[in-house]
Ligand binder design. Structure first.
Ligand code: BGP
Length: 486
C-alpha cells in the first residue's frame, strides 16, 4: 500500500466570506463587489461573464437596493449567524484546518475609512478563538473576490495604485489583531482570475472601453506589489507567520500529439504559472513581457516595484484544482465544455460534472508534480471538490456517493504525489457546508459535506444536515487517510 499522509497533514474544509457568511450589511459591514452580482443560471459562458461583470449602470442599480433575492451572495448560507454551530460540526468532522476569508468590508466598510470597524474585528476574533479552542487551524485568505464596492466605483478597482496602500493597511490591521490566533495567511484568492475575469479578480468594471486587458494587467501588477508588501509586513509582525500565494491551477493538455498543440498547451500553462513565477520566484517571466509587447500593453511600474517583488516571495504555494483543460491550435475543430471561470475544448477521455467541468483525478497528481518540480516550495491544496445537485431523501439523508467518489479518486492521486516526494501541507475540500457558488451564485450547485436547507432563491430553514460524505470524510481524517483503500 502506498505510504499515507503524515499525522501533521492539515485535512480541512474551505469557503469564502462572500459565499458563506450572508449578513451583507450587518454590524457595520460595507457593500462588497460580490453584493451586486446577480443570480446566474448555468448556460452560455458569455452570459456568465456578463453577469459576473456588472456594468456601471447595473452596479448603481444594485447598490441602491436592499433586495437580497436577486443577489444571493448577500445572504450566503448564513455562516455569520450560525458560525458557532458550524464550527462544532467542523470539530465533529475532525478537521485540522479551516480555510476561510476575512471580508475586507467588515474591517474597512468602504476600504478607505479612517478607522477600522470594531464590530467586524470582534466577530473574527471570536471565531478564531473558538477555532483555537477546538484545535482547528485557520488558513485565512485576505482577498477572496470581495473587495469594497466603494473602491470599485470611486477608484476603478485595483487599477488605481492607491489601493495597494489601502490593502496593506487592512492586512496589517488584521494580522496585528489576530497575531497568536492565525499563522497561515493567503493574500489573493486565485490571483490569475484578475486577467480572466477582471471585475471578479480586480474590481475592474467592464465599461465597454477597449483597454480592459491593459487595465487588468495593471490591476494584477498592483496586486502582486500589494501581496509582496503584505508578505514583508507579515514577517515584521510575527516571524512565525506563513504567507502563501493562491492560484487557480488551470492545467492544460494538448488536444493531439501534434507539436503545435503541445506548444500551445505549454504556452497556456505558462500563462497560468506566470502568477506563481512572480510570487514564488519574484519576477515576471519573459512569456508575459512578450505578450505585453505584442499586444500594446504597458504596465506602469514604480522604480522599486521589481525589487519589492524579488525580495518578498511567499513561504508556500496554495492552489485550487477542480478540473483540467485542453489546448488546441484550432479549437473550433473540437467540441467545447465548461470549466472554472471559462470554457475549454472537450477532452474525449474524460467525463464531466453536471456543470460540464472535466472530472480528472490524475490531473491533480500531474499538477502537484509540476508545481513541486518547478518551485520546490511547500504546496497546499486549498480548494478541490464537486459541485453537484444533491437530493434529500424522504428520511432526510443525502446519499452523495458521487461526491465521495470524486474526493476519494482525487485524494488517491494526491497520495501518489506525496509518495513521490511532493511536500504538501494540507488539503481543504471546497465548501464544507453548502455555500453560494462563485460563478453562478447558485445554492443548488452544492459542494459541502454538510447540506444547508436553502434553495437558489434563499428559501428554506438554513438547517444543516450531515451528508453521507460527512461521515466518509470524518473517518478518512481520523485514519490519516488509511480508509482511502476501503
Ligand atoms: C473558485 C473560487 C471559489 C469557488 C470555486 C468553485 O474559482 O475560488 O470561490 O467558488 O471556484 O466555483 P463555483 O462556485 O463557481 O462552482
Amino acid at each position: 500500500m502506498t505510504a499515507g499522509f503524515s499525522s501533521e497533514f492539515l485535512w480541512g474544509v474551505a469557503f469564502a466570506a462572500n459565499q458563506a457568511e450572508g449578513a451583507y450589511d450587518a454590524d457595520g459591514k460595507g457593500l462588497s463587489q460580490a453584493d451586486v452580482v446577480p443570480f446566474a443560471r448555468p448556460g452560455d459562458y458569455v452570459e456568465l461573464h456578463t453577469l459576473m461583470s456588472p456594468t456601471p449602470e447595473r452596479i448603481a442599480r444594485a447598490a441602491a437596493t436592499s433586495d437580497t433575492a436577486e443577489y444571493p451572495k448577500r445572504r450566503g448560507s448564513h455562516f455569520y449567524d450560525r458560525w458557532e454551530e458550524d464550527v462544532e460540526l467542523f470539530a465533529e468532522l475532525g478537521v485540522r484546518a479551516l480555510r476561510m476569508s476575512i471580508a475586507w468590508t467588515r474591517i474597512f466598510p468602504n476600504g478607505d475609512d479612517d478607522e477600522p470597524n470594531e464590530a467586524g474585528l470582534a466577530f473574527y476574533e471570536r471565531l478564531f478563538r473558538r477555532l483555537q479552542e477546538r484545535g482547528i487551524t485557520p488558513v485565512v485568505t485576505l482577498s477572496h473576490y470581495e473587495m469594497p464596492l466603494h473602491l470599485v466605483t470611486a477608484y476603478g478597482g485595483w487599477v488605481d495604485r492607491r489601493v495597494i496602500g489601502l490593502f496593506e493597511r487592512y492586512a496589517e490591521t488584521v494580522m496585528r489583531r489576530y497575531r497568536g490566533l492565525v499563522t497561515y495567511w493567503l493574500t489573493f484568492n486565485e490571483i490569475n482570475t484578475t486577467v480572466i475575469e477582471p471585475y471578479t479578480g480586480g474590481g475592474v468594471v467592464d465599461d465597454g472601453s477597449p483597454d480592459r486587458t491593459q487595465r487588468a494587467y495593471q490591476a494584477l501588477h498592483h496586486q502582486f506589489v500589494a501581496s509582496a508588501l503584505v508578505t514583508a509586513r507579515a514577517r515584521e509582525i510575527d516571524p512565525a507567520f506563513r504567507v502563501g500565494c493562491m492560484l487557480a491551477r488551470m492545467l492544460h493538455y494538448p488536444a493531439t500529439s501534434d507539436p503545435a498543440d503541445v506548444q500551445q498547451a505549454q504556452h497556456d500553462n505558462d500563462m497560468n504559472l506566470l502568477h506563481t513565477d512572480v510570487q514564488v520566484r519574484g519576477a515576471y517571466p519573459g512569456i508575459v513581457r512578450r505578450y505585453w509587447r505584442e499586444n500594446g500593453i504597458e504596465v506602469a511600474m514604480a522604480a522599486d516595484d521589481e525589487r519589492i517583488l524579488a525580495e518578498n516571495t511567499v513561504d508556500f504555494l496554495s492552489f485550487s484544482y477542480y478540473m483540467t483543460l485542453v489546448s488546441a491550435v484550432e479549437p473550433e475543430k473540437y467540441g467545447a465544455t465548461g470549466g472554472n471561470l471559462f470554457s475549454t475544448v472537450k477532452n474525449p477521455h474524460l467525463e464531466t460534472s453536471e456543470w460540464g467541468w472535466h472530472l480528472d483525478p490524475i490531473g491533480l497528481r500531474i499538477a502537484l508534480t509540476d508545481l513541486w518540480t518547478r518551485y520546490q516550495v511547500p504546496l497546499f491544496i486549498v480548494e478541490n471538490g464537486l459541485g453537484a445537485t444533491d437530493r434529500v431523501e424522504p428520511d432526510g439523508t443525502i446519499a452523495d456517493e458521487y461526491r465521495i467518489d470524486y474526493l476519494r479518486r482525487h485524494l488517491l492521486q494526491v497520495r501518489e504525489a506525496v509518495a513521490d516526494g511532493v511536500e504538501l501541507l494540507g488539503y481543504t475540500a471546497w465548501g464544507g457546508i453548502d455555500i453560494v457558488s462563485a460563478s453562478t451564485s447558485q445554492m443548488e450547485k452544492r459542494y459541502g459535506v454538510i447540506h444547508v436547507d436553502l434553495d437558489d432563491q434563499g428559501a428554506g430553514t438554513a438547517d444543516r444536515t450531515r451528508k453521507q460524505s460527512f461521515f466518509w470524510y470524518r473517518d478518512l481524517i481520523a485514519s490519516d487517510g488509511a480508509t482511502l483503500d476501503r
